[in-house]
Design a binder for this molecule. Structure first.
Ligand code: ZN
Length: 48
């Protein structure tokens, strides 16, 4: 999914093995992930 943030114009954040992964930082604990986790639709994805 594409996540729009104020930090970077367009960063791709996707689910990988049940965790959100940021294509910009190649990790799962950056500001984009925290931003994405705050989105209601992403919160719904995380809850099984
Ligand atoms: Zn990031």
């Amino acid at each position: 999914m594409q996540i729009l943030t104020k930090i970077k114009k367009n960063v791709e954040v996707y689910l990988k093995e049940g965790k959100l992964h940021c294509s910009n930082d190649e990790g799962h604990d950056c500001i984009h992930i925290h931003f994405a986790l705050g989105l209601p639709e992403v919160g719904r994805l995380k809850k099984k």
